[in-house]
Design a binder for this molecule. Structure first.
Ligand code: LEU
Length: 382
């Protein structure tokens, strides 16, 4: 800003014509999939951010300063995630970036934030290795590695399954990582696999793989998929008479499954997550009520995690002195984040230090335990 303009703005603020808070807005980037197949999740995520930011601003903001969200659509594509991260970090000069929606995109875009010493905070990335990118990478989404062993052992205990068939997407960072973690959990828990089948992003017909699976007569199907493929897989499995439990990863944990796999096709789907709509803790009830009132629909895990993430960042910001010097402020926010604890819609939260591939300290993962639920007549029940 020119110094004349600066002086004029200072005079207008002093005269009460321009509110002072305007001069110190805190700009946060939001890069999520708002179009394409992953928008099933991305729109919920954006809603969660908006709800929390509105609440925080209505309660006086951060030490009197307003949170302003700069929202961009990264379309669930890694090339777009890279473009959007660059725009937010270098053109919009945001303090930090939330997102992107998919681990597949995070693996491509987070190195840009890391190199620019700007926090990238994922609220839905659950694949292995994301936080090994570096010390500016944070997430509050519980990883597949932390969730899937509990999902498998719960289904085993409740249904008595003796073996499973495995089906996974082999061209996506998250579905592949889900597969790796399912495989490990099945080995650790000594559950034999009858067959392992794969599919690719954009596939629509899964009958060949499902027919093969049916031929092996498994007690359950372990499925590492995103909704775009996972929902038609459930529909086609039921059409083929495969009514066994489906054990899903994070991608299958969305109320959208009830619309996408209607008429009971979505029944008997088991997933693990720290968040449940059934959890009656006051922080969660408040979140669910406020979400319903604002968006006229039920929230899901993804909205709960983004809502909590905004409050986690707000706690860090309260302990950060914003100087207006971007590199300094970005570093100060990073340094304030690891020690934040917060009890929100997903319950008690704290960070856990992650390591890079050489075993050196890198970013931060979520330290939360999952609850396992199963779908029944259009609901996830515990
Ligand atoms: N957990 C998924 C991933 O890491 C994304 C989520 C929105 C289903 O890619």
């Amino acid at each position: 800003m020119q110094s004349k303009t600066k002086k004029l703005l200072a005079a207008l603020i002093a005269a009460g014509i321009v509110p002072a808070a305007h001069a110190a807005d805190i700009k946060l980037g939001v890069a999520e999939a708002l179009s394409g197949g992953a928008a099933q999740y991305g729109v919920s995520i954006r809603n969660g951010f908006q709800l929390a930011a509105d609440e925080i601003n209505a309660a006086g903001g951060i030490n009197g300063n307003k949170l302003v969200l700069v929202v961009e659509d990264e379309q669930g594509k890694k090339e777009e995630a890279i473009n959007v991260f660059k725009k937010l970090i270098f053109k919009d000069n945001v303090l930090m970036v939330f997102g992107p929606t998919l681990s597949n995109s995070a693996q491509a875009a987070d190195p840009i934030a890391q190199a620019a010493k700007t926090v990238a905070f994922g609220t839905s990335n659950t694949a292995d290795g994301i936080t090994s990118i570096g010390n500016y990478v944070f997430r509050n989404s519980v990883t597949e590695a932390d969730v899937l062993p509990a999902t498998i052992s719960t289904v085993k205990a409740k249904t008595g399954l003796k073996n499973v068939a495995v089906l996974y997407g082999n061209d996506d960072v998250f579905t592949k990582s889900g597969y790796d973690n399912f495989k490990k959990a099945l080995e650790d828990q000594k559950i034999p696999v009858t067959t392992t089948e794969t599919f690719a992003k954009g596939d629509v017909d899964f009958k060949a793989q499902l027919t093969k699976i049916k031929g092996t007569n498994p007690d359950a199907i372990v499925l590492s998929a995103l909704l775009a493929e996972g929902a038609p897989i459930m529909v086609q499995a039921r059409q083929l008479g495969l009514n066994v439990p489906v054990i899903g990863g994070n991608g299958m944990n969305s109320v959208k499954i009830f619309d996408l796999a209607p008429g009971g096709a979505s029944n008997n789907l088991w997933i693990g997550s720290p968040w449940s709509i059934e959890n009656k803790a006051p922080e969660n009830v408040k979140f669910i009520d406020a979400y319903k009132a604002k968006f006229n629909g039920s929230p899901d895990q993804f909205a709960a995690q983004s809502y909590d993430a905004m409050y986690i960042v707000a706690q860090a910001l309260k302990n950060t002195k914003i100087t207006g010097e971007l590199p300094k402020d970005r570093a100060a926010l990073r340094d304030a984040l690891p020690s934040v604890t917060w009890t929100g819609a997903t319950g008690a939260f704290k960070f856990r230090q992650a390591n890079d591939r050489a075993g050196k300290p890198a970013g931060y993962d979520a330290d939360q335990a999952p609850i396992v639920s199963v779908t029944k007549d259009g609901k996830y029940v515990i």
